[in-house]
Design a protein around this ligand. Sequence first.
Ligand code: 4GY
Length: 259
Amino acid sequence: MTEPGGTQARAPWRATVLTLFPELFPGPLSASRAGEALKQGLWALEAISIREFGFGRHRAVDDTPAGGGAGMILRADVLGAAIDHAVAGNPQSPRICLSPRGEPLTQLVVRELAKGPGVMLLAGRFEGIDQRVIEARALREVSIGDYVLSGGELAAMVLIDAVVRQLPGVLNDEQSAAEDSFARSAGLLDCPHYTRPEVWDGEAVPAVLMSGHHAQIERWRLKQALGRSWQRRPELLERRGLSAEEVKLLEEFRQELKN
Ligand code: 4GY
């Protein structure tokens, strides 16, 4: 079917989450812009209980680790059935398992996922999930950072939130424009921000920001972004490389530190 404009109607971006705690969703994803966009149908969320695919009277989903050791592991047969069910409804969506051993979630990955039809996310619990499931169902393992959560649910929410704010129509025009301007200094840490009052606790807003001189303001912001990145995340500068002008700005930043 075609819409009045003649363009093809597209199904909203869809997140399907397999979890032992479906009641945790939408949780914080129901607030603010992501939540409004969810209500408007700009994206869709389905949390499916892994328990529904458990075995026996107790709907068991976990078992003791092969080879011994502490904790429990999510069973391959249970997860296989749960994933097959979720995939049947979203055959084109990438299948992702949230795990500290995954590839890092970056803005590049986020933008890639926002371009697709959605994601199928597996949120593990206990000590982990049976490795055969990861391989047989070609799960892409993704990590939100080098720390260990109690389960994959919070990580799934982080991923969904980051993707949803990239979807067309979720942020207002002003915010989207700000995103674009920030994309120009892509790969750097953000510059400092200020608002009223102009003097607070004896500290004034940097004079250049009050000057109305837009070129000078942009130059100052880029200098701060470069300086902070150099101080806190030097590897970001190495990966990105610096233009001659940026080298000059960073020199200025270091000089101003000494003053
Ligand atoms: N960090 N990034 C993370 C996590 C919890 C044991 C598998 C992370 O993405 N996920 O810490 N997840 C573990 C807990 C089962 C998920």
